[in-house]
Design a protein around this ligand. Structure first.
Ligand code: GAL
Length: 358
């Protein structure tokens, strides 16, 4: 009896294990789509981008273009310039033209779910790029450790401004990254709020990640507190720039965080007007996305170490490591990596104050 029970249990467990092996989202696109692994000709990749507004997205475009060339893929890039309708039309066009795989940096993570559905109807796999596509079954998510980035921003602010008034400036609410960043920031800041060490005097999101929104949010908080601000936890460099403009001469006394290691932000860092940024090397991200897209298009499995829930499934994920950059390690990070040139970063600093190059 005990043996029979044990056998039944093992069979059930095996069945679950087997189901787990075959029903992952990576099989979704290709599951009922015949044998894709026989595809041998050149792969056609469609890259749907939201924006080229921030410097980083221009780098993403270039890096995806370059690596697609290296692996012999045909690439079509379309930029929606912040419009969901445009992005969906661009996706439909690409599908009509017969792309083998889509890489999508969604404008709105929830709205973009329909891109995944249309693509899967045509057996086209989808890689969610940098930003997570929600409530759907994308085959893969390739990004950085976004929650960790939020924690790094929060921790940096807290280490350098352990007490006082804080402004929190999130990014676009339609971008899941903006929400995860805030979660990461609060993982670190909430205990300090609860202890009464810091007070959040403004907690808002900047529409479309606009610097002008961050400027307005910062100005309002300055008026409200009579210029008594110790830290601005800005979620990216664009919004940091807006906050710094509002702070004016105060910027050198207030801790301001950022993200993206944009040239103007790194310049502000060496000039003492922005405290830090987060460096996310773009080439490894673009390469990982293109390599994965090639595999998915050919019906091969992509190995992933991570997963992230998108309110429908646990999406298999490749999440790269971010790095903190401040005035102490600019040379050893973005400059050493060739992400920026020293002469560009120190352009506005008198030459006798430039660090010695080893
Ligand atoms: C986010 C991205 C950031 C930043 C921002 C503005 O999704 O992770 O790096 O660029 O968009 O477009």
């Amino acid at each position: 009896m005990r043996n029979a029970k044990a056998l039944a249990f093992s069979l059930v467990a095996l069945a679950f294990l087997f189901a787990g092996c075959v029903s992952g989202p990576q099989q979704q696109a290709t599951g009922n789509c015949g044998d894709k692994s026989k595809k041998t000709g050149p792969v056609k990749i469609g890259f749907l981008m939201d924006t080229l507004k921030e410097e980083r997205w221009q780098r993403d475009k270039e890096a995806v273009e370059q690596h697609s060339k290296e692996v012999g893929a045909n690439l079509d890039v379309q930029v929606a310039n912040g419009s969901d309708d445009v992005q969906i039309k661009q996706a439909d066009n690409m599908l009509t033209q017969g792309v083998d795989v889509l890489i999508v940096a969604p404008h709105n993570g929830v709205v973009a779910a329909q891109i995944v559905e249309s693509a899967h109807k045509q057996c086209v796999p989808v890689v969610s790029y940098d930003r997570l596509i929600m409530r759907s079954e994308p085959d893969l998510y390739v990004s950085h450790q976004v929650e960790r980035i939020g924690e790094m921003q929060g921790q940096y602010a807290l280490d350098h401004a352990p007490k006082g008034n804080y402004i929190l400036i999130g990014g676009s609410k339609t971008d899941n990254n903006a929400l995860i960043l805030r979660k990461g920031q609060m993982n670190v800041l909430q205990p300090a709020v609860d202890r009464g060490d810091i007070k959040v005097v403004s907690d808002q999101y900047a529409k479309e990640w606009l610097a002008s929104e961050a400027l307005r949010i910062t100005e309002d908080a300055m008026t409200k507190t009579n210029n008594n601000i110790q830290a601005v936890v800005a979620s990216n460099d664009g919004t940091a720039g807006g906050a710094i403009q509002a702070l004016g001469p105060l910027a050198s006394k207030v801790i301001v965080t950022g993200q993206d290691a944009a040239l103007d932000a790194v310049q502000r860092i060496v000039e003492g007007r922005q405290s830090m940024t987060i460096y996310k090397p773009i080439k490894p991200l673009a390469n990982a996305a293109v390599d994965a897209a090639m595999k998915l298009a050919r019906g091969q499995k992509v190995e992933t170490a991570d997963k992230i829930n998108n309110e429908k499934i646990d999406v298999p994920a490749i999440l790269l490591q971010p790095m903190i950059v401040d005035k102490n390690n600019v040379m050893d990070t973005v400059i050493k990596d060739g992400y920026h040139k020293m002469e560009d970063v120190y352009k506005n600093v008198p030459k006798d104050q430039w660090p010695k190059q080893q």
